[in-house]
Write a protein that binds this ligand. Structure first.
Ligand code: CP
Length: 310
């Protein structure tokens, strides 16, 4: 295994160097090519077992990790909270140790609690891949976002990216901030002051509460949905008000540079943070993000899965 990758786990982008992030993106280039072949399968993880353990709902991340594992010839088991013994009082640690006793080599974990993947990674020999932990990090989402920007614009360094919406409760925002800054982008956060607190400036980003001032200046906008499932009180008067002040409406989209990329990690709330026609328009790369997620997750599984046996 190359010295550019020595980690059995992927827990977040905060802990990765720019060189490690670039290495994942370069590895994903090779796996994207595999997806264009008639036989879209390689034997890289043959004989390995991957457990997709999702304690929170998911469409994109769970499906693309499963497909990525199939394409790498791994055996895959899917477990969700409702059909696991977590419902009978078993702890996360005991559940994970039982999965390891069944010789799981890679555990892909989505969990509502920040730090859950780290907790297991320090206790298991298996590789642990964070598929989103609370409002903390969602590293593979940020990696596929970086991949998509780099694919479309040829670089990350020097680009200006606006992340718009519910930053406070967004693991996607945090992982994107770490990744974008490490690769040399300028990042501006936009949203209601209740959801974009000034503390984020300590990470090295800029903050604006005036979306119409920011849109004409940026190369990429990444829109986030309101994460109602994590909010314990009201952070703005209502969804109509949110759309009026911060939604990427058709009128607002006219402020963007013609080559500005419109991104969204999904799931989209059409008509709230983004107009439906804008989401499906020519500047949108939302479905490219999903496609690229497969190659990026193949790269992550290949790199971390290779370490777990050494
Ligand atoms: N972007 C993302 O994490 O989507 P899912 O919740 O559908 O996995």
């Amino acid at each position: 295994m190359t010295t550019r990758w020595t980690r059995k786990d992927l827990l977040g982008l905060r802990e990765l160097s720019a060189d490690q992030i670039n290495f994942v993106l370069e590895t994903a280039d090779a796996f994207k090519e595999v997806g264009t072949r008639q036989i879209k399968k390689v034997p890289a993880l043959r004989g390995k077992t991957l457990v997709n353990f999702f304690v929170e709902p998911s469409t994109r991340t769970r499906t693309s990790f499963e497909l990525a594992a199939f394409r790498l010839s791994a055996d895959v088991i899917n477990i969700s909270a409702s059909d696991s013994s977590l419902t009978k009082g078993e702890t996360l640690k005991d559940t994970a140790r039982n999965l390891e006793a069944l010789h799981a080599d890679i555990l892909v974990l989505r969990h509502g609690s920040a730090g859950a993947p780290q907790f297991l990674a320090s206790r298991l020999k298996a590789s642990v891949i964070n598929a989103g932990d609370g409002a903390h990090e969602h590293p593979t989402q940020a990696l596929l976002d970086l991949y998509t920007i780099r694919e479309r614009r040829g670089k990350i360094d020097g680009l200006h990216v606006a992340i718009i919406g519910d930053i406070l409760f967004s693991r996607v925002a945090r992982s994107n901030i770490f990744g974008l800054l490490k690769l040399g982008a300028r990042v501006t956060l936009v949203g209601p002051s209740t959801l974009v607190p000034r503390e984020f400036e300590k990470l090295g980003v800029e903050i604006s509460y005036k979306i119409d001032d920011v849109l004409p200046k940026v190369d990429v906008v990444n829109l986030l949905r309101i994460q109602h499932e994590r909010q314990r009180r009201e952070y703005f008067p209502g969804l109509g008000e949110y759309t009026r002040l911060f939604g990427l409406t058709k009128e607002r989209a006219k402020l963007l540079k013609p080559d500005c990329l419109i991104m969204h990690p999904g799931p989209i709330n059409r008509g709230v943070e983004i107009d439906s026609d804008v989401a499906d328009g020519v500047q949108s790369v939302i479905l490219d993000q999903v496609t690229n997620g497969l190659a990026v997750r193949m790269a992550v599984l290949f790199l971390c899965g290779g370490i777990s046996t050494e």
